[in-house]
Design a protein. Structure first.
Length: 251
């Protein structure tokens, strides 16, 4: 009986090097993804009105998603990108972010079913003043997007040009949107999309002050760890891209 503590000690010593080795392997598994494409979509549907290039046909969008899957891309959230670049959280070999601006009905009726059927995710930038309009999502739809694993971001409250807002307006646009979206989704809203891509240094200061971690722009290109977190670039996907143009932009 007196030999049992000694045996236990020896057993623990034998296990210790293995544990250290496992810890080293975990740390070594982090590989920095310096550039990550953040795709920018607006409306998924048949074009109507003067803004044809903002649309992508549902069949084309489905083909684009299939191409991503077939070529090894994994959809991730902006929260994953942020954690990867600033907290050294590992990401898959070919991460990609899919974002949608404005909050059209097609986000719920067409995009969500497609994403779920392909085990993919996306980020939806919404502005609450559009909720309940003929072409906009309802609050219930927004909650459902979040419940189904989609990331929700702020597109301000009313989609105004933030560079022309007064100090009071700027705070209201940034904070009221964040508060309402967090109430609907029951999740933190940490990412911002500038309406029409308009921003300046004061907008960035206020965004950070009001609890945002990063923001995306309409500047063309892949997001990079070298970019400021409130100036991440995106790859705009247009109607005229089809599948061929889409592939060229992603690669």
């Amino acid at each position: 009986m007196h030999n049992i503590p000694i045996l236990l000690l020896l057993f623990q010593l034998m296990l210790s090097p293995i544990q250290v080795s496992e810890d080293i392997n975990i740390k070594q598994s982090y590989v920095l993804r310096e550039e990550i494409p953040i795709l920018m979509y607006h409306e998924i549907g048949t074009p109507s009105g003067p803004w044809k290039e903002l649309y992508v046909e549902p069949e084309t969008f489905a083909k684009q998603l299939d191409w991503l899957a077939a070529n090894g891309y994994t959809t991730v959230a902006l929260a994953d990108v942020y954690s990867h670049w600033y907290k050294e959280t590992p990401l898959p070999e070919k991460p990609i972010v899919i974002t949608f601006d404005d909050g059209y009905l097609s986000m719920y009726e067409k995009v969500l079913p497609l994403l779920l059927s392909k085990n993919m995710q996306a980020t939806f930038f919404l502005y609450p003043s559009k909720f309940g309009t003929p072409t906009g999502l309802t609050p219930e739809m927004v909650a459902s997007l979040a419940e189904n694993g989609m990331e929700i971001g702020s597109h301000t409250y009313s989609h105004m040009d933030l560079t022309k807002a007064s100090s009071q307006q700027l705070k209201k646009e940034l904070l009221d949107s964040k508060i309402l979206l967090e109430k609907l989704t029951k999740k933190p809203i940490n990412f911002l999309c500038y309406p029409s891509g308009q921003f300046n240094s004061q907008v960035i200061i206020e965004a950070e002050k009001n609890g945002y971690q990063a923001a995306v722009t309409t500047q063309m290109g892949k997001a990079s760890v070298s970019q400021e977190p409130f100036q991440w670039k995106r790859v705009r996907i247009n109607y005229s891209d089809g599948l061929t143009g889409f592939i060229k932009k992603v690669q």
